[in-house]
Design a protein around this ligand. Structure first.
Ligand SMILES: NC(=O)c1ccc[n+]([C@@H]2O[C@H](COP(=O)([O-])OP(=O)(O)OC[C@H]3O[C@@H](n4cnc5c(N)ncnc54)[C@H](OP(=O)(O)O)[C@@H]3O)[C@@H](O)[C@H]2O)c1
Length: 297
C-alpha cells in the first residue's frame, strides 16, 4: 500500500484508511482483527472521532493499543472534535450542537488521548463548521496543542471552500486536509470548487462514506440498470462493484484518501486491493455518466 504526504508538511498516511465509526458493538477480538487486517494490507492510518459509537469507539480502540503495545508505533491516528451530542455520558448537553471553542477543543483532545491510550494524535480535525466559531480562538487552541506535542497536524471536515480558505488564514500550522463525503454517487464536491480549493493548496482530501455507507447505489427507478452497468464494468476489471467505486475515487488527481467503513476484515482486504485497479479515463467518465444519468456537456 502506497503511503503519501497529504500535505507538504506531512503527515504521511496510507492511501486507504480504516474508519472506526461503526465499531461500537465489536468485541475486543473483532477490534484486534480489524486493526491487524488493516495493518496486514499496509493500511496504517485509522480515523476516529470523539463521538463515534456514543463516545465509545476511541476507548475500544485504545484498549486494543493497550493490549498490543507494539501497535501504536505502526499507525497514525486521526480524530475529530467539535460536535456535542446528547448522551448520558455528557448530561450537561441538552441539545445536539457544535463547539469549536478553544476550551472545548483542548478538553476534547485530552479525552481522546485518554481514550485512545496514546500520548499524541497525528491529525486532529474540526468535525463540522461551527457557525459560532471564532477562528482566532481555534488558532490559539491548535498552537497550544502543537506546542505540547499532543497533536502533530490539524485539519477540518465537511468545510466548504470558503470556510477552508477563511480558517487557514488564521492558523499558524497549515490545514492539511478537509475530510469530505465523496463517492461515485455523491460526487458534487468534485464539481463545486470544494476539491479544487484543496488542490490549489496541495492538500489531499479524505473521503468519508466512499461506498455511500453501504447503500452503494441510490434508490431510483433505474437502480437495477445502474447495478447491472456498474457490475459489467467491474467484471471487465476483474473486481467487485465496491472495489470499482473505490478505484473511481483513487483515480482523482487530488489524491484523495478513501476511508473504509467496513467492520469485516475480508472487506478491508478487498478495499486495499482497489489500489491496484487503474481505471481508464473513458471508463471513469462512463461511471460518471451512469451515476449522473447523462453525458458530460
Ligand atoms: N467526517 C465525517 O463527518 C464523517 C462522517 C461519516 C463517516 N466518517 C468516517 O468515514 C468512515 C467511513 O464511512 P462509512 O462507514 O459510511 O463508509 P462506507 O465504506 O461507505 O460504508 C460502510 C458500510 O458499508 C457496508 N459495506 C461495505 N462494503 C459493502 C458492500 N460491498 N456491500 C454492501 N455493504 C457494504 C459496511 O458493512 P460491513 O461492516 O458489513 O462490511 C458498512 O456498514 C467512518 O468509519 C468514519 O471514520 C466521517
Amino acid at each position: 500500500m502506497e503511503s503519501i504526504n497529504i500535505h507538504s508538511s506531512g503527515p504521511a498516511f496510507s492511501r486507504v484508511i480504516t474508519g472506526a465509526w461503526r465499531w461500537q458493538s465489536l468485541s475486543a477480538h473483532e477490534v484486534d482483527a480489524l486493526i491487524n487486517a488493516s495493518l496486514d494490507q499496509g493500511i496504517t492510518t485509522f480515523d476516529h472521532a470523539d463521538i463515534y459509537g456514543n463516545y465509545s469507539c476511541e476507548a475500544l480502540f485504545g484498549k486494543s493499543l493497550h493490549r498490543n503495545s507494539s501497535l501504536r508505533g505502526q499507525m497514525q491516528l486521526v480524530t475529530k472534535c467539535g460536535i456535542k451530542l446528547q448522551s448520558e455520558k455528557w448530561p450537561g448537553t441538552w441539545i445536539n450542537h457544535y463547539d469549536n471553542t478553544h476550551d472545548h477543543i483542548v478538553s476534547s483532545v485530552n479525552n481522546s488521548l485518554k481514550n485512545l491510550q496514546t500520548d499524541h494524535i497525528d491529525l486532529l480535525l474540526l468535525h463540522r463548521p461551527d457557525p459560532l466559531m471564532d477562528p482566532a480562538e481555534v488558532a490559539q487552541a491548535f498552537s497550544l496543542l502543537k506546542q505540547s506535542g499532543k497533536v502533530l497536524h490539524f485539519g477540518v471536515s465537511n468545510y466548504s471552500s470558503t470556510q477552508f480558505e477563511m480558517l487557514r488564514e488564521y492558523t499558524h500550522d497549515p490545514l492539511v486536509t478537509n475530510q469530505i463525503e465523496v463517492s461515485l454517487f455523491r460526487h458534487h464536491l468534485l464539481f463545486d470548487g470544494t476539491v479544487d480549493t484543496l488542490m490549489k493548496h496541495q492538500v489531499c482530501p479524505m473521503a468519508w462514506s466512499p461506498l455511500a455507507g453501504g447503500k452503494l447505489f441510490p434508490e431510483s427507478p433505474d437502480s437495477d440498470l445502474i447495478h447491472r452497468q456498474v457490475g459489467e464494468m467491474a467484471a471487465r476489471y476483474s473486481c467487485n462493484i465496491s472495489q470499482l467505486m473505490l478505484a473511481w475515487l483513487l483515480k482523482h488527481p487530488s489524491r484523495m484518501l478513501p476511508i473504509l467503513g467496513t467492520t469485516n476484515p475480508a472487506r478491508v482486504e478487498e478495499g486495499a486491493k482497489a489500489m491496484n485497479i487503474q481505471i481508464d479515463r473513458q471508463d471513469w467518465f462512463a461511471l460518471l455518466r451512469i451515476a449522473r444519468g447523462r453525458d458530460v456537456d
